[in-house]
Each structure stands twice: as structure tokens, then as C-alpha cells.
Design a binder for this molecule. Structure first.
Ligand SMILES: C/C=C/C(=O)SCCNC(=O)CCNC(=O)[C@H](O)C(C)(C)COP(=O)(O)OP(=O)(O)OC[C@H]1O[C@@H](n2cnc3c(N)ncnc32)[C@H](O)[C@@H]1OP(=O)(O)O
Ligand SMILES: NC(=O)C1=CN([C@@H]2O[C@H](COP(=O)(O)OP(=O)(O)OC[C@H]3O[C@@H](n4cnc5c(N)ncnc54)[C@H](OP(=O)(O)O)[C@@H]3O)[C@@H](O)[C@H]2O)C=CC1
Length: 445
């Protein structure tokens, strides 16, 4: 592993040098264990502690298959899907691995008693399998997390519709929170040259998701002038949605839960901000009953901020807690676009406000390769910036996931894998200097 790191850091190693480097038989990786899936049984979600379920293990290097690449991972990031895996909710991810393992002898590799998690990486290609022509050893890359087989016609218009669509490092094994990762080569994209490894690894999953959800024709198709209500506007998804709204000439209405988070949104350029904590919205009277008066109070606040207008698009992901309010405050003909249900997936809303006002609910999930590529291109051009706040070591991934689970973090949380320290891997210092304030906007807040 030391030789690999030395080659990456030398700045002079050629593709042939990388191809000639011997690969280790094993590497360190963040895992959950199959024999621990019941460890939190009966506990409330909030009390399930990722620090107890996430391990750093020495694992064997997987065999490289056709169309795949082994990547030396310099840095990764924590996504909420890793929190779900670590608390075994809404179900254990070992079921996904078992199902994938039934597809073919090659996919059987994924069905193991441990799950190496992580759906982001920035690093360097070490080896490519047969049939890979677009990438070679030594290429500096980031990886998006869409894994598809594309053997069915269903996925050939939009690859997210492939019946064998999976999220790498969540529904497949050999994820990015590790020193080495196994990906399909069509997950690879160029690493943005002006960013460090950990900055480059931070946007991937959430940036691509927000891009499809908000901008793409497969999502809400946001346009100039739209009012966009963004829940969790300084969080993982929201910090990119806010940037897309601003860059696309829309007006974000940012919902956050503290003055610090409101300040971050202001620093991104947002002007219309709602602190849901300070204004104490209680959309639910009790576990089963919502309070439409509170939806209306929330809608009035939005109208106050916009000068009387309602929102064209709601960027939804909190789910059960907010969904009724989201449907209510959307303007006639507007769109509620949802990609998650953090607070619960059994939503309730008043359907009269949906049909009578011709609103649409759009389901969105990650992004196809083209969408992920376009989202990464915006990062590489310095038009959208990473929202990295804090960086942990691989050993402390459990703590990092705990912070995200408890909503103690801002923006994105990074993890150093092979990178010995922060700040390495920057190739384009001129572009970096131009955007340095925006790149550091979320750091240490
Ligand atoms: C990029 C980052 C993303 C995120 O962070 S997202 C947040 C994290 N992700 C999650 O929380 C999602 C976790 N996933 C899940 O909870 C489950 O993954 C799903 C609920 C989405 C699906 O569960 P499943 O068990 O796969 O689906 P079923 O439909 O309940 O069961 C499958 C069986 O049901 C059959 N079936 C499917 N549709 C129908 C139908 N319309 N009529 C009759 N049967 C149907 C299938 O064929 C199959 O059958 P057979 O078990 O025999 O193979
Ligand atoms: N389908 C897909 O492709 C994807 C789905 N997801 C899912 O989206 C969800 C959010 O992910 P991500 O943005 O990375 O997570 P983060 O935790 O980084 O951000 C979410 C933000 O949402 C806000 N929030 C949380 N709970 C509530 C609530 N009950 N009511 C209102 N606001 C709330 C919080 O902001 P504040 O406290 O400031 O209001 C929080 O910071 C997760 O469930 C994740 O699994 C994520 C990426 C892709």
C-alpha cells in the first residue's frame, strides 16, 4: 500500500508505473457485519449508534471482473445511506447483497458476511478489467454511485430505470470508505483538478442527486425565476440544491434549523431563509394527526419572504414530518420532487390540494451517468463548490456517521482513506485560488 501511495504522491509516476505496481492481498475498509444486524433490535432509531456497528477491518482484495476498475481511494465522504446501513434501517443491506449475488458468478463476489460501505470516492485507478478502454491505471478520478447491468432494454433510455440498478457501496459491496474500491468503469469521472482529494470526494452522491432532482428533465426541470423551497438547505443534498437554484437564476427559500445554518445559506448567496426551529412549526399535533393551520402559517411565512408568491418547486427529502406541508405550500401547477423520507416513509398529505391545484409529485433517485457527469463538470468548472465542513480519519468513520445521524454536521463530512493528510491532490492552483473562499465556505463552521 505504501508503494501505491508513494506513486500517487510522486506526481511523476506514469500509467505503466501504476500498472506494474503489485496489488496488496488485503486492505483496510469500513464494514458492517452480517452477524450484527440485530444489534439494535427494539431500540428507537435515534439511539442506534453507528460507532458500535461500523468497523475498520482488513479485507481481501476482490477479483477484478470485465468492465470494472480497482481504485486506490485517497478520500471518501459520509452519506446518509451509510447511516441507514449502519443502523440496519429501513432494512439490513445484506439482503441487497444476497439478491445481487444470485445474478451471476461474478456478482456472487458481493454476497459476503461483511459489507464494505461508502458511495463516494476520489482516488487513482490501479487496474482495469477486460473491455475497459476509457480509463487506465494512473488516472485521477472520482466515482459516482450508479451501478447498472444494462442487459434489459428498460435502462437504455435512462439508466436509472435499469431493473438491475443499484447504489454502489449500499446495494453492492466493495464501497468507497476503504483504501481500495471496486467500481464499474462507467462509474468513473475525472477528478476536478482544483480540489484536494477530500474536497473532490465530497459532492459526488448528493450533488448528482440534487442535479437530477432539481435541474434535469427527469426531475423538476427548474427554470429561471422559479421559487424553490429547499428543506435542509445547508445539509448534504440541500447545500447543492441551494447552489443549483442560485446558479440557475431561481430563488431558493432555504429551510434550516439554526442561526449558524442560516448564516451558511446567506454566505452561499441565499436571501430568503426560514429557521424552522426558531419559528417552531409543528406540522403534527400527535403521531397520527397533522395540523393544517401550521401548514398555513408556514405558507404565510413563505409569502412574506417572496412578496406574496408561492413556491414552484419543493425539494423534498425529510418525508413524513414535512410532506403534508410541502404539498400544501406548492403553487398551483407546481412540483414536489422527493428523493427520500428521513423522518418516515409513510407520508400523509391532503390530496385535495394536490388534484384541485394540479400539483405533481415527482419521485427522483440518484442520477444516470450523464447527469452525474454534468453535475461533476459543474464542480470541475468552479460553478458549483464542495460543501465540506469536517474531515475524519478512516478509523473515525463511526463518529462521522454518528454526527450525520444526529444532524450535528454541516454540509458534507469527509473521510481520509489513503491520503495521509488534508489538502493533497490539487493540480490546478490558479482555478483554486479564484474560488478559494467558496471552496472553504463550510469549513469548520
Ligand atoms: C443514492 C443514495 C440514496 C439514498 O440514500 S436513498 C435512502 C436509503 N434507501 C432506502 O431507504 C431504500 C431501502 N430499500 C428498500 O426499503 C426496499 O428496497 C424497497 C422498499 C424500495 C423495495 O423492497 P423490495 O423487497 O425489493 O420490493 P417488494 O416489491 O416489496 O418485494 C419484491 C418482490 O415483490 C414483487 N413485486 C414487485 N412489484 C410487484 C407488483 N407490482 N405486484 C406484485 N408483486 C410485485 C417482486 O417481483 C419481488 O418478488 P420476489 O421476492 O418473488 O422476487
Ligand atoms: N434517493 C437518493 O438518491 C438520495 C437520497 N438521499 C436521502 O436524503 C436524505 C437527506 O440526505 P442528506 O441531505 O445527505 O442528509 P443531511 O443530514 O446532510 O441533510 C438533511 C437535512 O435535512 C434537514 N432535516 C432532517 N430531518 C428533518 C425534519 N424532520 N424536518 C425538516 N428538516 C429535516 C436537516 O436540516 P436542518 O436541521 O437544518 O433543517 C438536515 O441537515 C437521507 O434520508 C438520504 O438517505 C440522499 C442522497 C441521495
Amino acid at each position: 500500500m505504501k508503494d501505491i501511495l508513494d506513486a500517487i504522491q510522486s506526481g511523476t509516476a506514469t500509467s505503466a508505473d501504476f500498472a506494474a505496481l503489485p496489488l496488496p492481498e488485503s486492505y483496510r475498509a469500513v464494514t458492517v457485519h452480517k452477524d450484527e444486524t440485530e444489534m439494535f433490535a427494539g431500540m428507537p432509531t435515534r439511539d442506534k449508534d453507528p460507532r458500535k456497528s461500523l468497523h475498520v477491518d482488513e479485507v481481501p482484495l476482490p477479483e477484478l471482473g470485465p468492465g470494472e476498475a480497482l481504485v486506490a481511494v485517497m478520500a471518501s465522504s459520509v452519506n446518509y445511506n451509510s447511516v441507514w446501513t449502519s443502523i440496519f434501517e429501513p432494512l439490513s443491506t445484506f439482503g441487497f447483497l444476497e439478491r445481487y449475488g444470485k445474478l451471476s458468478p461474478l456478482t456472487k463476489r458481493h454476497d459476503l458476511p461483511y459489507h464494505i460501505i461508502g458511495s463516494d470516492l476520489a482516488g487513482v485507478v490501479l487496474r482495469t478489467g477486460p473491455g475497459v478502454n476509457a480509463w487506465k491505471p494512473g488516472d485521477e478520478v472520482v466515482a459516482h454511485c450508479l451501478s447498472v447491468e444494462l442487459e434489459s432494454p428498460d435502462g437504455h433510455d435512462d439508466t436509472m430505470l435499469d431493473p438491475e440498478q443499484r447504489i454502489w457501496g449500499f446495494e453492492t459491496n466493495f464501497g468507497g470508505l476503504a483504501e481500495i474500491a471496486l467500481v464499474k468503469s462507467n462509474q468513473l469521472m475525472p477528478k476536478p483538478d482544483h480540489l484536494s482529494w477530500e474536497e473532490a470526494a465530497a459532492p459526488g452522491l448528493v450533488n448528482s442527486t440534487a442535479y437530477r432532482q432539481l435541474v434535469s428533465r427527469n426531475g423538476a426541470q427548474m427554470k429561471q425565476g422559479d421559487n424553490v423551497l429547499i428543506w435542509g438547505a445547508s445539509g448534504g443534498l440541500g447545500s447543492y440544491a441551494t447552489q443549483f437554484a442560485l446558479a440557475g437564476g431561481a430563488t431558493p427559500i432555504c429551510v434550516v434549523s439554526s442561526p449558524q445554518k442560516a448564516e451558511i445559506c446567506r454566505k452561499m448567496g441565499a436571501e430568503l431563509i426560514i429557521d424552522r426551529n426558531a419559528e417552531d412549526y409543528r406540522f403534527w399535533k400527535d403521531e397520527n394527526t397533522q395540523d393544517p393551520k401550521e401548514w398555513k402559517r408556514f405558507g404565510k411565512r413563505i409569502r412574506e419572504l417572496t412578496g406574496g408568491e408561492d413556491v414552484d418547486i419543493v425539494f423534498e427529502h425529510p418525508g413524513r414530518e414535512t410532506f403534508g406541508a410541502s404539498v400544501y405550500v406548492t403553487r398551483k401547477g407546481g412540483t414536489i420532487v422527493t428523493c427520500a423520507s428521513t423522518s418516515g416513509y409513510m407520508h400523509q398529505y391532503d390530496n385535495r390540494y394536490l388534484w384541485m391545484s394540479l400539483k405533481r409529485i415527482v419521485g427522483s433517485h440518484f442520477a444516470n451517468y450523464r447527469e452525474a457527469y454534468e453535475a461533476n463538470r459543474l464542480i470541475a468548472k468552479g460553478k458549483i463548490h464542495p460543501t465540506l465542513s469536517k474531515v475524519y480519519s478512516l478509523e473515525d468513520t463511526g463518529q462521522a456517521a454518528y454526527d450525520v445521524h444526529r444532524n450535528l454536521h454541516q454540509g458534507k463530512v469527509g473521510v481520509l482513506c489513503l491520503a495521509p493528510e488534508e489538502g493533497l491532490g490539487v493540480r490546478d492552483h490558479e482555478l483554486r485560488a479564484k474560488h478559494i473562499d467558496a471552496i472553504n465556505r463550510f469549513r469548520n463552521v
